[in-house]
Write a protein that binds this ligand. Structure first.
Ligand SMILES: CC(C)(COP(=O)(O)OP(=O)(O)OC[C@H]1O[C@@H](n2cnc3c(N)ncnc32)[C@H](O)[C@@H]1OP(=O)(O)O)[C@@H](O)C(=O)NCCC(=O)NCCS
Length: 292
């Protein structure tokens, strides 16, 4: 094999089709490379998806793209790796080592990768590079065609209403989401900025008070349910079911065919909620983390 050279897709955009072909050759199944961009998980890779990574490193063998690895944004100090996509062990090694060297110069202290539980080879690769399993994560999907609910439900004297959040709701939404996900940066720098970046926020009102909130990310024909949470003191009353039904009905009206989401395998209340709403598990990935 000719020696390998490193390139960056940003500097060689003409190589995008070759990179897409490498990732398309690893769809869900035994050799699946789970995309590090949650909303794109399980979808046919596109140029737009590649553009949303923080970086795409390429291994060139002569003029051929022998492999690629995506560096995807995750948090202030952690990135998610996508790949390496290659059929050759030496190329995978070269790409992983190059990624680590590049990240040494960055602010990132650790890396994560989602390994489809069927992909034993990739799990062994990451183990050999100092990664350890953290938790399992399920991908769920739901077909929306049959949703007709208006989102507004009355029970006894209490009125429940699901609606899109307005800027006046933002403080209430931030309070619910940050209490439910204290480590998430979802509300940063602001919900308005998030909405400008393609997120939609929904609220459930009970008698005029916001009691639950959800965030959906626009991701083509498939919507991505990013977060859903109920005020801690009001959990266990099936409020999330009302909110989720309203969200799915609204997304269906917007033309979404399916909705998908990821959920940690140990989040029993959330899994019960999703399965009750008609979501079906597509696959499970182990979240592995390792040092830079
Ligand atoms: C997940 C969450 C939104 C559910 O909201 P909720 O309105 O309290 O949910 P429900 O009252 O409808 O309960 C949901 C289901 O979980 C079950 N459940 C509740 N606590 C449970 C537990 N500790 N173990 C197992 N099941 C549990 C309920 O019985 C119910 O199941 P059912 O529909 O089959 O009866 C809420 O717990 C929450 O805000 N959690 C924190 C944020 C989060 O993890 N969001 C999901 C990931 S984005």
């Amino acid at each position: 094999m000719p020696s390998l050279t490193l390139a960056d897709l940003d500097q060689r955009p003409e190589l995008a089709p070759a990179v897409l072909a490498l990732f398309a050759a690893a769809p869900p199944g035994a050799h699946h490379l789970v995309c590090g961009l949650p909303a794109a998980m399980g979808q046919e890779p596109t140029a737009e998806i590649l553009a949303r990574t923080s970086g795409m490193l390429l291994a060139l063998s002569g003029r051929q793209v022998a492999g690629a690895i995506g560096i995807c944004p995750y948090s202030e100090d952690q990135v998610t790796l996508w790949g390496p996509a290659t059929a050759q062990a030496a190329v995978a090694e070269f790409l992983f080592t190059s990624t680590r060297e590049a990240l040494h110069l960055s602010r990132f202290g650790s890396m994560r990768a989602l390994i489809d539980t069927r992909n034993r080879e990739q799990r062994a690769f990451y183990r050999a590079h100092g990664f350890a399993a953290w938790k399992d994560n399920h991908l769920y999907e739901c077909v929306l065609e049959t949703r007709t609910s208006t989102g507004t439900v009355s029970r006894g004297s209490l009125a429940f209403k699901v609606r899109a959040a307005t800027t006046r709701d933002h403080n209430a939404v931030i309070s619910i989401l940050t209490r439910a996900f204290p480590d998430s940066d979802h509300c940063l720098p602001s919900l308005a900025k998030r909405e400008a970046d393609g997120y939609r926020h929904y609220v459930l009102e009970e008698a005029g008070t916001v009691v639950a909130a959800a965030a959906v990310q626009d991701a083509g024909r498939r919507g991505w349910l990013k977060l859903i949470a109920v005020k801690p003191e009001l959990r266990g009353r099936q409020l999330s079911r009302r909110l989720l039904e309203g969200v799915l009905a609204s997304e269906s009206r917007r033309g979404k065919r399916t909705m998908a989401l990821e959920v940690l395998a140990d989040n029993a209340p959330a899994i019960a909620l999703y399965e009750h709403a008609g979501f079906r598990r597509k696959w499970t990935a182990t979240i592995m983390t390792g040092p830079v």
